[in-house]
Write a protein that binds this ligand. Sequence first.
Ligand code: SAM
Length: 243
Amino acid sequence: MILEKDLGKRKNKKNRKEKKGRKEEKEFEAERQGLINSLNEFGISKPVLAAMHRVPRQEFVPPFLREVAYVDTPLEIGYNQTISAPHMVAIMCELLELAEGQKVLEIGAGSGYNAAVMAELLGKGKKKGQIYSIERLKPLFEFAKANLKRTGYKNVTLLLEDGSLGAPAFAPFDRIAVTCTAPKVPKPLLEQLKPGGLMVIPIGDYFQELVLIKKDKNGRISREGKGRVVFVPLIGKYGFKNA
Ligand code: SAM
């Protein structure tokens, strides 16, 4: 039998939990704003900053790291993998010139955070674009899926595959973001990039460089180095062979 006084206790407990949640969200909001302010030094544009402001990074890290979700650093997400540092996500989004309606391929879904930020930049409603994000590790594929579902991102399709092969069934892509480092640019990714398309990809092993690849209207490829970076390896047929 449930007594009236017990119902009262339960209600109070629920209220306390809701209040705590609201307080936590307020604190996160302040920390998120602080992080966005600090990204100014990287010359990030307003649309990218606004997109990052809308994504709750604390929902994309393991529970024990929620407190430090807005420190501008990569954080572990298990299986020797990381969610990238916010400034790196911002720089990659900036270089890709993301816009409403584009079709984007991401290699390395990890936590799903980068995909969520990109989704914010692809528009809303009928005109919104679509992201295909590939992850090779099943537990991280499930982690990203749960995080994106909880935070309400519906235009991200997750695929459990070797991303070095791209996603031929959904190609060609306007943009490709590779969030793990490759020994060289995987041929299938170059083939699956649309003429006029852009790709960002870290290249190298110990010494890595972020490379911006452009495919012009005639299919000619050019590449520009964008600075030293540190990423986990792309493991797969067109990547590194061992974990
Ligand atoms: N974008 C992620 C985020 O927002 O959390 C961070 C990605 S983490 C730096 C790199 C990810 O690439 C890891 O989750 C790793 O398992 C994945 N990865 C490595 N090789 C891969 C491959 N061949 N195909 C798909 N994912 C791969």
